[in-house]
Design a binder for this molecule. Structure first.
Ligand SMILES: Cc1ncc(COP(=O)(O)O)c(C=O)c1O
Length: 399
């Protein structure tokens, strides 16, 4: 028999152990529960972040992209899973790409349209320079461009190991005489910009093409009309394949072409020029590929084809005229308020505003950027309406 006191002691001991066990279990449970609550909360906010609405365009004034046309949006959604990088397997989207290139060729007056829908102007510029480098025999290649050239050319030169030589501009336009001084027998490409990103300037493309034609190293003439290409057909500027012996061109449907991103465009004067880009692709149904990326966006290609089919030429003309009117109105409004304005060649207004005003406008939600020289640049893309510009000017008056 266990003595009474001992048994009481044992009871207390057992009770204490049970108490400790229960407490530990409760603690573990509470900790697990709080972890669960934490993860559930984190999961919920992650899900909510996925449901975040994209930005509105009602205060976006400096972007080179715009809202896609409804036809382009619908086409993009239909072809989300198609891969134009494998045209043998994805034949429908490959046909749409041919159609897009054909229509882009019409925009740029290219008689035998060849090229492809890229991921954007950066890829188009890079591929144009790759063509130029690959068809040349020099082992010390350089490229000559005006200082106004888009920074994507700097990236391309870096990737392709090309020396980029830039010549000063006059009134924001390329100066062919200044460029001529930089051209030598190792020059593989001479670049002109038809619609510069900072000032909307159009370089003298025929003079730049002549520079290429006269150079010893037989360089290509590349025109970067990434944004300007959808405005220039409705102006008197000489910029296209019909206006000069241009070899390659960047012209991006996902800018003023109103296609969904990503839809850039590379055009080449003759289909054979693409051979300089071709690599073997043994495991695909088609065994050669000229594009830079392998798998590509079917959405971008389909949306480019849809936007071009819908808008070329009447829709683009109407968009250009509206944009040019808006640019002229804004330029006048800013001049009346005493700001220096660069006369808009294309629908892009560059104006001198005090830095503090620019900051205040940004704080009020206006998405505006400045050029390297500090001018505010407003790009009149289709989403930029007159009433938007009126409220921008009203905000400006307020400061
Ligand atoms: C003239 C020009 N070229 C090239 C590019 C690069 O295009 P992306 O941003 O589509 O690569 C831009 C972009 O704004 C541009 O304005």
């Amino acid at each position: 028999m266990v003595p009474h006191r001992l048994s009481a002691g044992l009871d207390v001991g057992v009770g204490f152990c049970v108490y400790i066990c229960v407490r530990v279990r409760v603690c573990v449970c509470v900790r697990r529960l709080s972890k669960l609550v934490f993860y559930a909360g984190a999961f919920q906010s992650w899900m909510q972040s996925l449901e975040t609405e994209p930005q509105q365009f009602d205060r976006v004034l400096s972007s080179m992209c715009t809202e896609p046309h409804p036809a382009a949006r619908a086409a993009a959604e239909r072809f989300l899973a198609a891969n134009p990088g494998d045209p043998g397997t994805y034949q429908q989207v490959a046909e749409l790409e041919q159609r897009a290139v054909e229509l882009l060729g019409r925009v740029a007056s290219l008689s035998e349209p060849a090229g492809y829908i890229t991921s954007g102007g950066t890829e188009s510029n890079l591929q144009a320079l790759r063509i130029a480098r690959n068809r040349s025999a020099t082992d010390d290649p350089n490229v000559v461009a005006p200082t106004s050239v888009h920074f994507s050319v700097r990236k391309a030169a870096d990737v392709l190991n090309l020396e980029l030589r830039t010549a000063p501009t006059t009134d924001h336009r390329a100066d062919p005489a200044a460029m001529a001084e930089l051209v030598d027998r190792d020059t593989v490409c001479v670049i002109g910009v038809a619609g510069s990103t900072e000032y909307g300037a159009v370089d003298p493309i025929p003079a730049i093409a002549d520079l290429a034609a006269d150079a010893d190293g037989d360089p290509t003439c590349h025109v970067d009309a990434a944004w300007g290409g959808f405005h220039l057909p409705f102006t008197d500027h000489d910029w296209s394949f019909a206006d000069a012996p241009v070899d390659t061109m960047t012209i991006d449907p996902h800018k003023a072409g109103q296609a969904a991103i990503p839809a850039g465009g590379l055009l080449v004067r003759s289909p054979a020029m693409l051979d300089a880009l071709a690599v073997d692709t043994p495991y695909l149904e088609t065994t050669s590929q000229a594009s830079l990326t392998g798998t590509r966006s079917g959405a971008g290609v389909a949306s480019a084809a849809a936007a071009l089919a819908e808008l070329w030429p009447a829709g683009y003309r109407a968009a250009h005229e509206r944009a040019q009117d808006n640019a002229a109105w804004l330029a006048d409004a800013l001049r009346e308020r005493g700001h220096a304005v660069v006369e808009p060649t294309l629908p892009l207004v560059a104006a001198e505003l005090p830095g503090s005003t620019v900051e205040q406008l940004r704080e009020r939600g206006w998405r505006i950027t400045t050029t390297r020289r500090g001018a505010v640049r407003i790009v009149c893309l289709p989403h930029v309406t007159r009433s938007m510009l009126r409220s921008f000017v009203a905000d400006l008056d307020w400061f």
